[in-house]
Design a protein around this ligand. Structure first.
Ligand SMILES: O=C([O-])CC(=O)C(=O)O
Ligand SMILES: [Mg+2]
Length: 217
């Protein structure tokens, strides 16, 4: 679940995705409420159990197998931002580890989403900064001073274009990106959907059938 105020992450900046304290909005609910858009590839998931992320996107393009632009991004992003990193298909590298999580925490960043690998899982869990990756990989990266990359300009992850300021939300199920212009409306729809589903589950526990509740005979 995302933004559950009763279970804050260790990061200094979290985004509360719901005004009331009655619940939290999951990545799947936000995806549904947004009109089934924004789901990042299912290969991208939490690097350690319990990681939950929410915040505005800071897109980063990195050359495959190199992480110098990611080090630069840690110092270019604003506190509260989520780094969303496209590594251009170079999945078999560990672009991020305990050093970068420590640096990101020192800068007050909200976390990392990357379509490549990360390493130091146990240390990342201990540090608590939410990290979502396409896997774990011990292979180290280069630091080419002349490598081609970008900071803060749109990247594409799977089928999803990610612009600076879009809402990024992730939990055990995966990561969704909601366009900034739609965020308020999507949060409202998502909260209504969660309330409706809570009522449905209450009625199911009381003995009603899903088929009857939805009118599917
Ligand atoms: O090579 C790097 O910069 C990534 C890394 O291992 C770390 O952050 O600990
Ligand atoms: Mg390291």
């Amino acid at each position: 679940m995302v933004g559950d105020t009763s279970r804050p992450t260790k990061g200094r900046h979290t985004v509360n995705l719901r005004d009331s304290t009655s619940g939290a909005l999951s990545a799947a609910t936000l995806h549904e409420a947004a009109g089934r858009i924004g789901a990042l590839p299912s290969s991208i998931g939490p690097a350690f159990a319990g990681a939950r992320i929410a915040g505005p996107a800071f897109p980063v393009a990195s050359p495959p197998g190199d992480n110098l632009w990611i080090h630069r991004a840690v110092y270019a992003a604003e506190p509260g931002d989520v780094l969303v990193v496209d590594v251009g298909g170079g999945t078999e590298f560990g672009y991020w580890g305990e050093i970068l999580s420590t640096a990101a925490l020192a800068r007050g960043l909200a976390g990392l989403v990357i379509n490549g690998g990360v390493r130091d899982r146990d240390a990342l869990a201990e540090l608590g900064l939410p990290v979502f990756s396409a896997g774990l990989c011990i292979r180290g990266t280069g630091k080419d001073l002349d490598g081609a990359g970008s900071l803060g300009t749109s990247v594409r992850i799977g089928e999803v274009f990610v612009d600076r300021g879009d809402l990024v939300a992730g939990d055990a199920d995966g990561v969704v990106v909601v366009p900034q212009a739609d965020t308020q409306a999507v949060l409202k729809t998502a909260a209504e959907r969660e309330d409706k589903e809570a009522e449905l589950m209450r009625r199911i526990r009381a003995g009603e059938r899903t088929l009857d509740l939805y009118g599917w005979q």
